[in-house]
Every structure is written in C-alpha cells, then in structure tokens.
Design a protein around this ligand. Sequence first.
Ligand code: PXG
Length: 300
Amino acid sequence: MAGGEWVYLNGDIIPAQEARISIYDHGFLYGDGVFEGIRSYNGRVFKLDEHLDRLYKSAKAIKLDIGMTREEMARAVTATVAANRLDDAYIRLVVSRGPGDLGLDPLKCPKPTVLIIAAALQLYPEEVYEKGMRLASVPVRRPAPDALNPNMKTLNYLTSILAKVEANQRGLPEVVLLNSQGYVTEGTGDNLFIVVDGGLVTAPPWVGILTGITRKTVMELAREQNIPVREDVFTLFDLYNADECFLTGTAAEVVPAVEVDGRPIGSGRPGPITQRLREAFHAYARRTGTPVYSSETRSS
Ligand code: PXG
C-alpha cells in the first residue's frame, strides 16, 4: 500500500520523502509503542473517537504519555487526510516511545514520536467478497490476556506476523489463530464471527483478542436487525460446522469465509446473514464519520 505524499510527524505535516525517525527510537529498537489503523470514507473519518479511545487506552496500559490531547490528535488525523486530498483513505497512526538510549528503560525516552500516514486504500479484490475466503488454522497461538494482552494495540505484532508467514506458506490471504486452550480467537488483523442457528457467535475478550471497532459495529448492526449476538467460546469443531463464517476489520470491513482447513463452511458460499451484514456495514460506514474537510479547506 503506497503512502500519501504528506505525513504528520511530531507536530508538522511534511513531505513523506523528508520524514526522518531516529535509529534510537524505541519503537524501532523494541517495538515500544502503540498504533491504530483507521479509515475515511467519502471525506469522513470512520469511528475516529473509538480509534482514539483505543489508542489512548493502549498508551495508558504501557504508560506512554502521548503528549497531545485527543482533540489535537483528532485534528492531526483530519489534517493529514486533507493534506493528501484523499476522500477514501487508510490512516496509520503510530505513537512510539521515541528516541532513547540502547537500554530498554522507557524513562530514558523523553519525547514520543507521533506519525500519521494517510494512504490510498487497497482492498481485497472484489472476487474475495463475492466468492468468500479460504482460511486455515495455524499452530501460532494468540497469547492469553495475562501475557501480552492482545487488546493492547502495540507495535509488537509478531504473533500476527508469524501467523501471516503461515498464511503465505499456504497461499491463503488470512488464517485463524487459537488460544492455548484451543478456543478460536481471531485472524491476523481481523475478528471472526460464526453464524449458528441464525445468530452470531464471536469470541469473548478474555479468550485473547483485539476487540475490534468493526466487530462492535457489526454486533450493533446485527442487533438492530434482530439477529441474536453472543460472545462465547467456540472451537474448530464449531467453526467447521457453522452455517456461515465471516471476518471483520477496518481494512477488510466484512469478508465472508467459506472454507476452513479444507472443510466447506455451510453451503461453501457466502451466507445470507453475512451478506446482509456486509451491506449494512458498507452503508453505515459511508453515512457516518468525522468530516475531514472544513468548508475552507474544501474550497482552497
Ligand atoms: N484483530 C487484530 C489482531 C487486529 O490487528 C482487528 C482484529 C480488527 O479491529 P478493527 O478495530 O480494525 O475492526 C485488528 C485490526 C491490516 C491491519 O492491514 C489491521 C490491523 C492491524 C494491522 C494491519 O489489515 N488491525
């Protein structure tokens, strides 16, 4: 995914070519930092408050003082999208511990690094949405919340990277991670739902997942349509025998999954509840959000 031409770095919007980050930045040296992946649709940032909420919670958990108010951060996000003249963007917001010395100690890092990239969107090919994805379960385990809590969106994404390596090996776009007890958790960058008896089931937070913003939105949209929603543990057995399966995430929205470990899910084609929620989400995302362009920037 190519980045936009202009990036926000530590208070300034500068050409991406000129952006420099220190080799002593603990984000680089240790993965010490937090991030968000956000989208804008039609010139409006989707669920910006929720993303900032999660960013500040992740930062608080690792005791990282971002040094900006949420309002300042919200303005920095919209300004970066506007500077790139994008309507539909994928926004990557990264806050690292900043430059320090070669030791681990975060107290040696006086100033965090704040970076915002707004890129043109690159989605899965339309065929994936029409035909559905094939998935496989992998041996890589999501850590338990008492280890590195997957609810903290930190720069340590090696669990997902290891699972992505497995996905590449299998020629698949996405894979399913279990926790150490064998319960289904989520994908590398997406939450997972199954449809059983006309209702949705998705893993509860304590199993070890990132409680996605798309996940929450889809749960709300389902309830509005009187589709029952349950957070409950389930195993590969339940996944193989589900009527439908889909993934949710900022980048992918709602993607049908039609096969897991060589077992067709339900009819082996995207199911009706998945399709309904995909359409509902698509419509909802395009009619809400924080405006990127004020009337002045739009006309300039
Ligand atoms: N689980 C994990 C582990 C994630 O990283 C989600 C679920 C979905 O959450 P949202 O809030 O987006 O509905 C994520 C999302 C990508 C990408 O390029 C996505 C994520 C992180 C890094 C890359 O698709 N996060």
